[in-house]
Design a binder for this molecule. Sequence first.
Ligand SMILES: CC(C)(COP(=O)(O)OP(=O)(O)OC[C@H]1O[C@@H](n2cnc3c(N)ncnc32)[C@H](O)[C@@H]1OP(=O)(O)O)[C@@H](O)C(=O)NCCC(=O)NCCS
Length: 344
Amino acid sequence: MFSAARGRGPLRYGILSAARGGTGRYDTRPVLRLKAEIMTRGSITIRNADPSDLDACFALFADALVYDAFSRGLLREKLWPDRWPPEMRGGALVAEEQGRIVGCMQHVVRASQRKAWIGLFAVASSHRRRGVARELFEHIRHLWPAETEEVEVLAIPGNYFSPGVDPRYTPALAWLEAKGFERFKDCVNMRASLARAFATVDDEARIRAAGVAVRRARPADGTLLDAFFAEHFGSDWRYEASLALEVDPPALHLAIEGDRVIAFAAHSTQNREWGFFGPMGTTPACRGRGVGRVLLCRCLNDLRAAGHASAVIPWVGPVSFYTRAVGAVVERVFWRFRRRGAIR
Ligand SMILES: CC(C)(COP(=O)(O)OP(=O)(O)OC[C@H]1O[C@@H](n2cnc3c(N)ncnc32)[C@H](O)[C@@H]1OP(=O)(O)O)[C@@H](O)C(=O)NCCC(=O)NCCS
């Protein structure tokens, strides 16, 4: 049993402070780790998760996340990505009882923004309401820099399973409320059918006549992309563009006017098995010229060619644009949660 954790007595945070190195400043190590296993009172051990836990974590999440279908590979990408977006460090803790993983919570920190995220979290149905998730969170928040001012849930830029909590995961809503999180925004995932390819030839000709070339990005476009994202949309989307550029062929389409990029659209940067579109963006001055639609359609045609029957357009945003452009429909709703103020 885990009843002692309900007592909210002091935990051994001395070990955790040592793991932080004491400065609270961002460093380049990619993973935030407990220095040592923490044997909490009772029979539960909290420890770092590592890729050798993938099968056990997959069993846990596959059982708990009943509204989602995903592979081990996708879970691995979320918990242990090959790379992190700029300035991010992450990790995951597991709760273990007699060698069996009964809980897991992922977390990510971006110290430069004084911001942290809880990523995927789940507790085995046999172990719910015993404070396991609470205990994982208590340990995690003491790994974060003391200056952290905001914690968000799931909507981790560049590597997210979902852009918020699907409210059908009702115990998660209750848990977040109990931990002082507030719901501050909703967003949706849309789905676009790929039953037929999208025609772009006429629109591309019209755009070309107006001086805008549309083409697939090339590995040599790095400098062009650096300039574009430095001026518009920022480093998180630059990071995603770099992932898209590494896909073969590059999963990135550009609109170029003169020697400047004016719009981009990407796909397959993450969650590839879901036919994941995005991000995309057109510079404010160039909106309303049909450029974005062409780039979107080129990406969807790529996903279709890769064998997807439909595409997910996540973390939307401008619903009317996607429904008008490609007939996409809202498929899922997510509630975004955050907790602001002193984290500890
Ligand atoms: C959400 C989840 C992780 C909570 O884990 P847990 O270990 O059972 O949560 P805790 O025992 O730490 O709960 C702490 C508090 O949260 C609230 N809470 C948690 N589950 C609740 C529920 N089902 N109903 C009402 N309140 C709940 C309570 O206030 C609880 O305190 P109490 O038991 O003293 O009343 C678990 O229900 C789960 O795995 N759900 C499926 C996966 C999921 O939805 N993950 C989130 C999206 S990734």
